[in-house]
Design a protein around this ligand. Structure first.
Ligand SMILES: C[C@H](NC(=O)[C@@H](N)CCCCN)C(=O)O
Length: 526
């Protein structure tokens, strides 16, 4: 799109850009929620629906099947041909319909036989999964459309942050929402997709207006509209024969295979391995925000925190050093006071499987932009991917081989840091390796390959869990014994080892091909 210098469009307004970001990110929030909220319900699915771990794994694994066989590429082509408004509605709608089928299936609407329930839920998850990935691409495209030339990196981080928030809240709250049943939690998650589709409909009004304004400007200035590049198979061939792209794409497969599938089982692991709870004690710890006696305090904390954050974001030239210190002090004090006042609740949460595991995606909301900023300013992206892969290995070893709860917490923290580091370094690196006109194809290719790894491990962890505990399955289901997660999690160490190997190869290839992955943003190698 060419920019008009004589008039303004809606995207030139800061306020409207951020309204658009919220409207678009709604779908990220709800689809990530629906993708990951089953993790908090694994125990309930076993006790209420009678699903084995393998069946649980099959259910979440099948979410990726259409994507493995090219759905994201088909979605990309539809996006190119029909535009982001129709593609968003089509694939967001597909995700919503799929989610409703999962809810109906779990309620026994299609039949109360276990296999009918499982198969209809799988059918719904396949439809949902086909929508999810394309929705993610549509949202990213919309953010680029409105923020290119403005706060693009920040907007992208916030957009993914909404997705992570969806994952965290879905994991943490689904048990409470379901109140001991699976279907209400699924219905809630499906309703969220419906509501955020309405937000997307409102976004469409903004998008139509912007297109009209840009068209008017271009006509007034005799400018031709810039054509976006369509998906081409020849681009795909060029990409996969580029060694740096190949290494980073494979790293995307192995790294994410070690993280997303683990997250689906993390609450159940904490419950079975360390004796954490699935439910909080009746009437305790359910401190969310609303309906809590601490609501007033919380609002004061939130207000002060936003004030501190907003103040710290004022450009340095307009702010004294003392002002900057004051802003950081306010943020720190608010954080400390909030944690201190919630210490009882927090201590209950840190012994609850879904709530503790949800801290992994929650932490990334804070750390991914911090590491992203580091990569922008200092570079070292390939080295940070090596570090992230190392932390992944540490996390999985400490959560599998050892039986120490402190090491378990350290493992979770280490996984959270890795899950912030690698995406913060990986996605901007792809933009350095691949020409902008091929970025759509590059992301679609990476997400397609990634879904192979996800599908395999979503299902594989559950299947190996059943296999490794074959002798004790009866006793485990009767609540007399606990699952042993050692082998399924140890398996994920392999993902970390291959990731380190690939990150070293990437660093070496970058030295040869000179993409400048180790350099700050905007700096080119000599
Ligand atoms: C940005 C990146 N997105 C992906 O990997 C997508 N394939 C969406 C996956 C959704 C899984 N809950 C990310 O989320 O880091």
């Amino acid at each position: 799109m060419k920019k008009d210098t004589s008039g303004k469009t809606w995207k030139d307004s800061v306020a409207l850009r951020w309204v658009v970001l919220i409207l678009v990110s709604g779908l990220m929030f709800s689809t990530y929620w629906f993708q990951d909220f089953f993790s908090g319900l694994k125990g309930l699915m076993e006790s209420e629906l009678g699903f084995t771990s393998e069946e649980f794994g099959r259910l979440i694994g099948f979410t990726t099947i259409a994507n493995m066989f090219g759905m994201i590429i088909v979605g990309g082509i539809i996006l190119d041909k029909w535009g982001l408004r129709l593609a968003g509605l089509l694939f967001g709608g597909l995700a919503a319909v799929g989610a409703v089928i999962v809810a109906l299936g779990s309620a026994g609407f299609f039949g109360e036989d276990k296999s009918v329930m499982l198969n209809t839920m799988i059918l719904g998850r396949i439809m949902f999964g086909s929508g999810l990935e394309v929705v993610c691409v549509v949202c990213t495209r919309a953010v680029v459309k409105w923020f290119k030339g403005y706060e693009l990196a920040l907007a992208m981080a916030i957009n993914v942050g909404f997705g992570r928030l969806g994952t965290a809240l879905g994991m943490a709250l689904s048990v409470d929402i379901g109140k001991g049943f699976v279907t209400p939690a699924i219905s809630f998650a499906a309703t969220l997709i419906g509501l955020t589709l309405i937000m997307f409909l409102i976004y469409i009004v903004f998008d139509i207006k912007l297109d009209r304004q840009v068209k008017g400007q271009n006509a007034g200035n005799n400018l031709e509209e810039e054509e976006e590049e369509d998906f081409r198979f020849s681009d795909l061939i060029k990409l996969i024969t580029n060694s740096s792209f190949l290494y980073i794409a494979l790293l995307c497969v192995t790294f994410y295979a070690g993280v997303f599938p683990f997250i689906q089982y993390a609450p159940d692991l904490l419950v079975n391995k360390f004796g954490f709870s699935y439910n909080l004690p009746e009437g305790q710890g359910n401190f969310i925000l609303f309906g809590s006696t601490n609501f007033g305090n919380t609002m004061v904390y939130v207000g002060l925190f936003i004030f501190g954050l907003a103040f710290s974001m004022i450009p340095s030239k307009r702010k004294t050093a003392a002002g900057k210190m004051l802003a950081y002090l306010v943020i720190f004090a608010v954080f400390y006071a909030a944690i201190y006042s919630m210490r009882d609740t927090l201590s209950l949460w840190l012994q609850n499987g879904p709530k503790t595991a949800s801290l992994i995606p929650l932490g990334t909301i804070l750390f991914t932009p911090i590491f992203g900023n580091y990569v922008d300013k200092k570079g070292k992206a390939a080295s940070l991917m090596i570090l992230g892969s190392f932390l992944l290995i540490f996390a999985h070893i400490s959560l599998s081989v050892f039986n120490n709860v402190i090491l378990g917490y350290l493992g979770l923290v280490s996984l959270g840091v890795a899950f912030s580091l690698v995406p913060a370094a990986m996605w901007p690196s792809v933009a350095k390796i691949v020409a902008e006109k091929r970025l759509g194809t590059a992301y679609a290719t990476m997400f397609t390959l990634q879904n192979w790894g996800l599908g395999l491990f979503f299902w594989g962890i559950g299947a190996v869990l059943d296999l490794a505990n074959k002798q004790n399955l009866e006793a485990i289901r009767a609540g007399e014994m606990m699952y042993d997660y050692t082998i399924p999690v140890l398996m994920l160490v392999v993902c970390g080892v291959v990731s380190i190997f690939l990150s070293f190869l990437l660093k070496k290839a970058d030295r040869r091909q000179k993409y400048g992955l180790e350099l700050p943003s905007g700096q080119k190698p000599e």
